[in-house]
Write a protein that binds this ligand. Structure first.
Ligand code: TNX
Length: 527
């Protein structure tokens, strides 16, 4: 066994070559020209931390260097790459910066795990002679962070991006609004026929958070993103090949909006803010003109600051919305979304309306037939988030200190999130945009807790989304996960020490399995 056997996600093609290995020496350079320089700089800073070498970025190549090259000759798709290592060089080629970025993540894992630490231990930085040709199965490989129930700062979101991208995850869905809070600044527009107080959405709605007695602490965190914050997150994400997908959840999950904007209520009176974790009890009103005025303004402003092509409009769990009202509203919302020029995404309930061309359905729960039907008839593509295979908020075991436990078949470990095929129920790969693991945050309060629920299950999802079924194997994956522990530990990433995995290192902060409200590092919960 060597590092080529331990790669996650597993590449489509790995062949060891006859011949001597590559050794990174202290005088090595990284060669890159023009558009490859940005990725080269990221590789250099990764390797400098572990090795302490200077690793300057230069244009010409000499023996012993790592070279990054953008060429059109390789046609594995926009994210593909080829990596070869031999005695004289490591060469990474791709046709896009994204492909090079993916190759860098592989290269990083080919070095000994010590490269992830800053202890500069006395190591030789050897890579076996190898040829790797790799491309993703699915274009969309995502995580969702529910920043509504409990807030995450810009810096925290960036830190999550840093961790997820080493597994070639490339989409971050931000659930920006819900019953408990509204997290994205909406400016007061010049044209405001009903005089809606948009600033209240964050002034009041941004102060909300969920409250759950078993969480530590019980109350979620408050806060919101200014439009500039949201741009900053996207700009940072882009440097790591990550696309941000913002969600405004409509027409249910809207209490924070109803509390902030009185005119959205039929009686014109603002609702009180609420901290309950209950779902499905709030709704916009179909026959209020202010509903559509509001949605058009919010989606318009959000689209204007969103870099990527997608706008998520929710659509889930509108349990107190009459079906006819649901259809009437969502039919207009998808049109308003499409009018912004973006591709609309919605949870699978929204497949009940006629979808605009190219719409994306995110399947999480319930009837799959309408999803397949829309994919067949309107050409919609699907993001697969079936709760029992992807829900990162669920407990690992019934005594897990945090997490929820409502999804049938649970609790869930790395293996339930590994042992499934997104192509199911008659859906073909071409109809599947990709895979996403949502992290709902009713019980999550900071990055460490988030990481504990995410890892290792998000690693399972990364391989499901990237690697073809033919190269996947649960037993082998379990072994590779074990080896990955040391890298995560050196990075300071918290992970759940799944008891059926032989971990090469302990998590830096194993969430105490027996944590109680009073002995956690958070102190006592206020009721
Ligand atoms: C269902 S999944 C929800 C969320 C909750 C989650 C908790 C979905 C589209 N809606 O509002 O946070 O369950 O697991």
């Amino acid at each position: 066994m060597n590092t080529t056997d331990n790669l996650i996600p597993r590449p489509s093609h790995v062949a060891l070559l006859d011949g001597p290995a590559f050794t990174l020496g202290s005088t090595a350079r990284i060669t890159a020209s023009d558009s490859a320089v940005a990725v080269a700089q990221q590789l250099a800073s990764l390797l400098r931390r572990g090795t302490g070498y200077e690793l300057p970025i230069v244009e010409d190549t000499r023996p012993g260097d790592i070279s990054l090259e953008l060429t059109d000759t390789f046609d594995g798709g926009p994210e593909a790459y080829v990596l070869t290592a031999g005695e004289d060089e490591v060469r990474l080629t791709a046709s896009t910066g994204a492909g090079l970025f993916n190759g860098v993540q592989t290269l990083r894992q080919l070095f000994p795990a010590a490269v992830e630490g800053a202890d500069r231990s006395d190591n030789t930085w050897v890579i076996p002679a190898v040829e790797i040709a790799d491309a993703p199965r699915f274009a969309y490989r995502g995580l969702m962070l529910d920043v509504a129930r409990s807030f995450f700062t810009v810096e925290e979101v960036k830190a999550q991006i840093d961790v997820m991208t080493q597994f070639k995850l490339n989409a971050l869905h931000l659930h920006l609004t819900d019953d408990q809070a509204w997290r994205i600044e909406i400016h007061e527009p010049e044209h405001n026929p009903s005089g809606l107080p948009y600033a209240q959405l964050t002034a009041l709605g941004g102060q909300g958070a969920v409250e759950v007695p078993t969480a530590v602490p019980a109350r979620g965190r408050q806060g919101f993103y200014t439009q500039q914050d949201f741009r900053d997150i996207q700009a940072y994400a882009a440097t790591k090949n990550v696309l941000v997908i913002p969600e405004i959840d409509l027409p249910g999950h809207v209490n924070a909006a109803l509390a902030s904007i009185p005119q959205l209520n039929p009686d014109g009176a603002a609702k009180p803010m609420s901290t309950t974790a209950e779902v499905g009890w709030s709704t916009l009103t179909a026959d209020l003109p202010a509903t559509y005025e509001f949605v058009r303004e919010v989606l318009g402003q959000l689209a204007a600051i969103t870099v990527g092509p997608y706008l998520h409009i929710g659509g889930d769990e509108a349990k107190v919305t009459e079906h006819d009202d649901y259809v009437a509203m969502v039919q207009q919302f998808v049109q308003i979304g499409a009018d912004t020029g973006k591709t609309v995404v919605g949870w699978n309930e929204f497949a009940a309306v006629e979808l605009p061309e190219g719409a994306v359905i995110q399947y999480w729960h319930g009837d799959f037939a309408p999803v397949v039907q829309q994919a067949e008839q309107s050409g919609a593509t699907v993001i697969m988030s079936p709760a029992a295979n992807t829900y990162l908020d669920q407990k690992y075991a019934s005594d897990s200190p945090i997490g929820l436990e409502w999804v049938e078949g649970g609790p869930f470990t790395w293996s339930e999130y590994y042992n499934w095929d997104p192509a199911q129920g008659g859906l073909k790969d071409q109809q599947i945009l990709g895979v996403e693991g949502p992290l709902w945050t009713e019980t999550v309060r900071d990055n460490e807790q988030a990481q504990w629920l995410l890892y290792p299950r998000a690693v399972s999802l990364a391989e499901v989304a990237w690697s073809g079924q033919e190269v996947r194997n649960a037993g082998d994956f379990r072994r590779r996960l074990g080896a990955m522990g040391e890298r995560l530990a050196k990075q300071g990433v918290v992970f759940q020490e799944a008891p059926d995995v032989e971990w090469s290192a302990n998590s830096t902060w194993p969430f105490p399995e027996t944590a109680t409200s009073s002995d956690s590092k958070y102190g006592t919960i206020e009721a």
